[in-house]
Design a binder for this molecule. Structure first.
Ligand SMILES: [Zn+2]
Length: 603
């Protein structure tokens, strides 16, 4: 739909918009709340003094958390008003004002961690055992004191903090080069339409049913990146050296250990993931074989991996039909969950339609004291039904956590966040497979799942393996991370992952040049662990394994009241062991068997 055809914000029917008056009745009420947070800044600064009693520590923590709690509410109001129509200058202004206030509040509260670390351990332990009011914050305090052995002197930390811009220079250079300076050629699609190539256009063209379009896009993209491979090697090598340096000066054994430490994720989670994925690569090889056969190709190239295996199914959903299907698919999660879903669907917690100026994509967002809202840009198709159950998963997770936990533990870390949304996607897949009898639709759904698993569990682990190999090579023997070295390593890992059915196109060796996540310091593995955990959890719930549902609901209520690994253990998934991955691969294998059998009959 072109911009001209989209309705203006005012023209969208009210029942399809989110009701932000439940946050503030009007803009005037927002402005009052904004001023109230701003006036707390001087008070926060007066709290910055050595702690002399448990009561003083409790009072300080409470005051800081209370300010953040109010800040979150005005942040959510400003950003959602801005997202619903980004051309509205009033809300652009609100958003900018709240952003800078948030930076001021964070700076004013920055003394808390060092001040808590300055309390002698014996003293802190005594206070925690003697003061029930302080004990309520014990896990919160522990997440701060965990870093005790890795914090340098105040002066040294200040020197490093002041060099923050310098440490992020490699990633900024990558971003400027990748997003603005790189000039891509034009490419032509099957309809003769010419496009300026970009990363976004590339992923569209790679899904084209026309092979020469895919091949041309692939070759043009890597020709462009290849011209700058030495520059990209320098930015990535500098980023990696920065991670290694900061880990070393903070007394960590490795950059990986340092990156996983803040959420207390054991390195075994990472190594187990990589080991298990490698053991199960034959399943991915079977999938690429099937793709080669189904596409009827004598050679399967890297540019043939994203074109749809099966045409689009005749499955359309209006928004109302999608809500009904989502409710049925999620009903297996019990009455309390269903009640939340009804609240989200029926009480204007979702901003449904596309309109002029609306932010693209979809998300679930909110604050501890607001409803969990969802932004959509609805289209009547299966993908949007999946998006609806995905975001509903985040929203119910937020609602359950906020109803159960105090503010201090009322959020949840990224490591566990995507599990709530992808479990819902998996439950929808189970439901659709049970209710859709047309073999073509069944095949489409099975392949939708397998492609998701391939892109998340296999591909993100491939990235994680490369990322760690580069950090380790640079740290162990000062291996220069040249373009040649990284390309060789990347090509080796890539051919091992996709197996003998795929031709080793030389261009793919350069894929490392264009992955922004390599600048995010050991981030990608969480996509893989999260998807695998969600597959296992959904399988346990749908096959009605004893305790599976209750444990899952406990996880949704746990927030950040414990370390992510402990929370997942309570949900029945031990992410340090291989078991949950083996169960996830078993589901992948079962669905691959089903797809192979279906396609054999359909062809
Ligand atoms: Zn999500």
């Amino acid at each position: 739909m072109s911009t001209q055809q989209l309705p203006t914000r005012d023209a969208v029917p009210e029942k399809l918009t989110w009701d932000l008056t439940t946050i503030f009745k009007n803009d005037a009420a927002f402005e009052v709340a904004f001023k109230k947070v701003k006036t707390q800044l001087p008070t926060l600064k007066t709290l910055d003094r050595p702690f002399e009693s448990a009561d003083q520590l409790v009072a300080t923590i409470k005051q800081i958390l209370a300010t953040f709690r109010q800040l979150e509410i005005i942040y959510v109001y400003a950003s959602m008003k801005n997202d619903q129509d980004t051309a509205n200058t009033t809300y652009q202004g609100y958003q900018a004002q709240v952003d800078s206030l948030a930076a001021e509040v964070s700076a004013a509260a920055a003394f808390l961690d060092p001040a808590i670390l300055a309390i002698p351990i014996v003293q802190l332990t005594t206070w925690l055992s003697e003061s029930p009011a302080l004990a309520k914050y014990s896990h919160f305090i522990q997440t701060i004191t965990d870093s005790r052995d890795h914090i340098l002197s105040g002066q040294e930390e200040a020197l490093l903090a002041a060099a923050g811009d310098i440490f992020s220079a490699a990633s900024q250079t990558f971003s400027v080069l990748d997003n603005s300076d790189l000039q891509f050629p034009e490419v032509t699609d099957e309809n003769g339409q010419t496009f300026q190539l970009s990363d976004g256009v590339y992923s569209q063209l790679l899904q084209s049913a026309n092979r020469s379009v895919r091949q041309a896009a692939f070759e043009a993209l890597y020709k462009t990146y290849g011209q700058f491979k030495n520059t990209f090697a320098t930015t990535l090598a500098t980023e990696i050296k920065g991670h290694n340096y900061l880990a070393q000066v903070h007394h960590y054994d490795s950059a990986r250990q340092a990156a996983l430490a803040p959420k207390a994720i054991p390195e075994a989670v990472y190594t187990t993931l990589v080991d298990q994925v490698n053991q199960h690569l034959p399943l991915l090889h079977r999938y690429t074989e099937l793709r080669k056969k189904q596409l009827n190709l004598s050679e399967l190239h890297m540019f043939d991996l994203y074109t749809p295996l099966l045409g689009k199914p005749a499955l359309t959903y209006t928004y109302e039909q999608a809500q009904a299907t989502a409710k049925e698919a999620l009903s297996i999660l019990g009455p309390d969950y269903a009640k939340q879903v009804a609240h989200i669907f029926d009480d204007r917690l979702i901003d449904v339609c596309e309109n002029q100026g609306k932010r693209s994509g979809a998300y679930s967002g909110g604050a501890y004291d607001t409803n969990p809202f969802i932004l959509l840009n609805w289209q009547d198709d299966l993908n949007n039904l999946y998006t609806l159950v995905h975001e509903t998963g985040h929203s119910v997770h937020s609602a359950f956590t906020r109803q159960t936990q105090d503010y201090v533990y009322g959020d949840y870390p990224i490591f566990v966040a995507e599990i709530a949304s992808t479990t819902n996607e998996n439950l929808l897949t189970e439901y659709l497979l049970q209710t859709q009898s047309d073999p073509k639709i069944q095949a489409y759904l099975l392949n939708y799942y397998l492609d998701g698993f391939k892109g998340t569990v296999f591909r993100q682990t491939q990235f994680a393996e490369f990322e760690h190999a580069m950090h380790a090579a640079a740290a162990a023997n000062g291996q220069p991370l040249t373009a040649e070295f990284m390309s060789q390593q990347y090509a080796d890992i890539n051919s091992r992952y996709y197996g003998p059915a795929v031709v080793n196109d030389p261009q793919i060796a350069l894929e490392w040049t264009r992955i922004p996540h390599f600048y995010m310091n050991y981030y990608v593995y969480q996509y893989a662990t999260g998807f695998a955990a969600a597959t296992t959890l959904a399988n346990g719930i749908s096959t009605k394994q004893p305790g599976a549902l209750d444990h899952y609901l406990d996880y949704l209520k746990a927030g950040s009241s414990a370390y992510p690994i402990e929370i997942m253990q309570q949900a029945g998934v031990d992410m340090t062991s291989a078991d949950y991955l083996e169960r996830a691969f078993a589901v992948f294998e079962e669905r691959l068997d089903q797809l192979e059998a279906l396609l054999a009959n359909l062809n």
